[in-house]
Every structure is written in structure tokens, then in C-alpha cells.
Design a protein around this ligand. Structure first.
Ligand code: SF4
Length: 313
């Protein structure tokens, strides 16, 4: 009802995207910075809450839709992306955001992730990567560093971590890949805005602090700005002077340069932040489908429409 009341509103403020539910993340959790960036983006792009949907799976990150005053779908583990695709194909006019974690997306949801990149539907996907399962109290996730002691790997994780950036860049039809960190909020916001304005599947990996189970894990990166490489200029990043002064390790990067994007994504001693790859010419499945709709068997289409209408979507 709150959303309906806002249908006539035209000037949205931050508070219009804040739900009545107070965030229950731990003190210092990086998820809070991501939520703030989302609300800032919605305000600056003036996205009507009733035209905005946040979809999630299961995990600490997946609580985010509860804290947004917009439509939301807190789905089942690993299934945020097919839910989001269903919403987008039925209602292409909606702004669709997906929040997922490294366990949710890169383990149980990995098959959906690969195909969602390939389908390149117009949505923003934020991978909150804290490199551990936090909600279930510290098990190794696919991105956990080798040697990390957890409840499932008490002697230390034995495998090298999966790199979500190189995986995403390796899938055909990839159109937007970026990385940022929760502790540089302006950069997080700028990157999120570029992702939103990109037409296609915009994938952002966000390195996210989990002080509860990975305390001080990112301290080396935070305390040594030389280990952060800002990808600037040709990818459109508008940096505040104070950020430019602190993070001197900057690179002018052509976001259509896939070999360079892959090389940056594979860096292990530095964190590249900004847009690694962007290609606006990759066709979106939702648009291809729209063009082919007359060939869809009429009966299936009719039945689906009736079912959707019954539940009001
Ligand atoms: Fe955040 Fe970690 Fe707490 Fe989960 S367990 S809310 S990721 S700090």
C-alpha cells in the first residue's frame, strides 16, 4: 500500500526507498554500504518504487530486499536469477536488481549464473562477495581463500578460490563486468550507476567485509591504497578529487578490450576496481523474445497470461 501511495509522487528522496524494517546485519557489515548505494542510485535516477524490484536468494546479502521500499522477492537458495529473469521477461518496464552472495551465486546457483550471463537480460546483479558463508556461521564458499579455516574446512580450505570475474568474462554474450569494494562508497555508487545505465546483464562483484566471520580479512587492501587499481577515464568513472588523491594507482582502461579485462580480473596482488568490460552491442534476450513473440504457441501464451493476471503481475 505504501508503494501505491507513491504512484503519484515525482520527487523521490532517500527515505522513500527505506523500508520500515531496520537492517539486521552485524555492525560493520559491508552489506550496509551496498544498501545505501542502492538507495542513492534509486533517488538519483528517480526510480519509482512501484517500478523497482529487488530479487535475492538466501544468505546475509539476500536480506537486502526487506530493507528497500520497493517490490521484492526473497527467493530460494541460488535461484534469484531465474526469478529475476521471469520478472523481466514478463514486465520489461520494471527496474530489476539482484542481490546475491558468493555461496548463493557461485555454488548452488552457479548453473543459473552462467546462463543468465548468456541470456544478457537487462538487469543489475550485485554479487556481495565476503568469501564465506556468513548466515550459516562460517563455512567455506567457492571464493574462500586457500587455507581459510572454517567449520567445513577446519584444517584450511584446500582449493584455490573461484574467480567470479574471470568466470563471468569467459561466458559468451557477456556485456558488463565490474568490481568494487564496500569501503570506497563513492566508487561503489559510481559503478552501480554505470551498471544501471548499461543495457544488458550488468554483473558487479563487490568485495564485502564480514567482521563477524572474516574480521580484518580485507585490511591489507584497505590500508594500502597502492594495492587498489582504479580503472578510470575511458570507462566513464567520475572520481571525486579526494579519491583520486588517495588511490594513485590508476589505469586508463578501454572497457571493450576483453584480453586486458581478463588480465585485470586475474590480478592477485592488486584489486582492480571499476568497469572491466562493457559492450553495449550484445543483444538482450528480453528484446529478442519480444520480437519473436508471435511464434510462441498461442495456447501456452494464453494460459500463462491468465495465470499471471490471476496473481496480478
Ligand atoms: Fe554481514 Fe557477516 Fe554479519 Fe552476515 S555474518 S550480516 S555477512 S557481518
Amino acid at each position: 500500500s505504501q508503494c501505491l501511495a507513491q504512484m503519484v509522487q515525482t520527487d523521490y528522496a532517500m527515505k522513500d526507498y527505506q523500508s520500515e524494517i531496520a537492517p539486521r546485519w552485524c555492525t560493520g557489515c559491508g552489506d550496509t554500504a551496498i544498501l545505501t548505494a542502492m538507495q542513492r542510485l534509486c533517488r538519483d535516477e528517480q526510480l519509482p518504487p512501484e517500478k523497482t524490484v529487488c530479487v535475492s536468494g538466501i544468505g546475509c546479502a539476500s536480506r537486502l530486499p526487506h530493507y528497500m521500499n520497493a517490490y521484492g522477492f526473497h527467493g530460494i537458495h541460488g535461484r534469484a536469477l531465474p526469478i529475476a529473469e521471469g520478472i523481466k521477461i514478463r514486465r520489461p518496464d520494471l527496474n530489476v536488481f539482484v542481490t546475491t552472495g558468493d555461496g548463493d551465486n557461485c555454488s548452488i546457483g552457479a548453473a543459473h549464473w552462467l546462463h543468465a550471463v548468456r541470456y544478457n537480460m537487462n538487469m543489475v546483479v550485485m554479487l556481495h562477495d565476503n568469501q564465506v558463508y556468513g548466515l550459516t556461521k562460517k563455512q567455506a564458499s567457492p571464493t574462500s581463500p586457500k587455507g581459510l579455516s572454517t567449520n567445513t574446512t577446519p584444517g584450511g580450505a584446500m582449493l584455490n578460490p573461484l574467480n567470479p570475474l574471470t568466470v563471468t568474462l569467459g561466458i559468451s554474450n557477456v556485456s558488463f563486468v565490474a568490481q568494487c569494494v564496500d569501503w570506497i562508497p563513492d566508487l561503489l555508487y559510481e559503478t552501480l550507476q554505470m551498471a544501471y545505465r548499461h543495457k544488458g546483464f550488468s554483473f558487479i562483484r563487490i568485495l564485502q567485509r564480514c567482521p563477524n566471520f572474516m574480521d580484518h580479512h580485507f585490511d591489507n587492501w584497505m590500508q594500502d591504497p597502492a594495492r587498489t587499481r582504479l580503472l578510470t577515464h575511458s570507462n566513464g568513472l567520475r572520481l571525486k578529487p579526494e579519491i583520486s588523491r588517495v588511490y594513485k594507482n590508476q589505469e586508463t582502461h578501454d572497457p571493450r578490450d576483453m584480453p586486458r579485462a581478463l588480465a585485470l580480473a586475474a590480478l592477485s596482488d592488486e584489486v582492480p576496481v571499476g568497469v572491466l568490460y562493457r559492450n553495449p552491442d550484445v543483444p538482450c534476450y528480453d528484446e529478442l523474445r519480444a520480437g519473436e513473440r508471435p511464434s510462441t504457441p498461442a495456447l501456452v501464451e494464453t494460459v500463462l497470461n491468465e495465470e499471471f493476471d490471476k496473481v496480478g503481475i
